[in-house]
Design a protein around this ligand. Structure first.
Ligand code: FES
Length: 129
């Protein structure tokens, strides 16, 4: 059976989507990008839906740090990280005060955030999901 994939953002009239500006990253997003996230969608999910391949070695289950991002704008609008996320972030390359795991951070509706993807992560081999 053939599966049909539809970008729901293009067919459903969501009005309150968050905007996410992704700073240029040499490998993942060379020109940078501006995308929108659906309600309750994490930064990582939104990026992947827009074909921006943020690493996510644990399949977004909050068990690695490969999806690490640094929130450059709108950090305070995000819900606080859980203790588990904080513990994992301690192992992330290039940790900063506004670091988050992009698979755990959900931008609020109508918010604008900016993120930077660190140059490196602890995943030695890209799985290219
Ligand atoms: S993908 Fe593993 S913690 Fe986000």
């Amino acid at each position: 059976m053939q599966k049909l994939f539809v970008d729901v953002a293009k067919v459903l009239p969501y009005k309150n989507m968050a905007k996410i500006r992704i700073w240029p990253h040499e490998d993942i997003c060379p020109d940078g990008a501006e995308i929108e996230s659906l309600p309750e969608e994490t930064i990582c999910e939104a990026a992947l839906r827009h074909n921006i391949k943020i690493e996510h070695a644990c399949e977004m289950s909050c068990a690695c740090t490969t999806c690490h991002c640094i929130v450059r704008k709108g950090f305070d609008s995000l819900e606080e990280a859980t203790d588990i996320e904080e513990d994992l972030l301690d192992k992330a390359w290039g940790l900063e005060q506004t670091s988050r795991l992009s698979c755990q951070a959900i931008p609020p509706e109508d918010e604008e955030i900016e993120i930077e993807l660190p140059k490196y992560n602890i995943n030695m081999v890209s799985e290219d999901h």
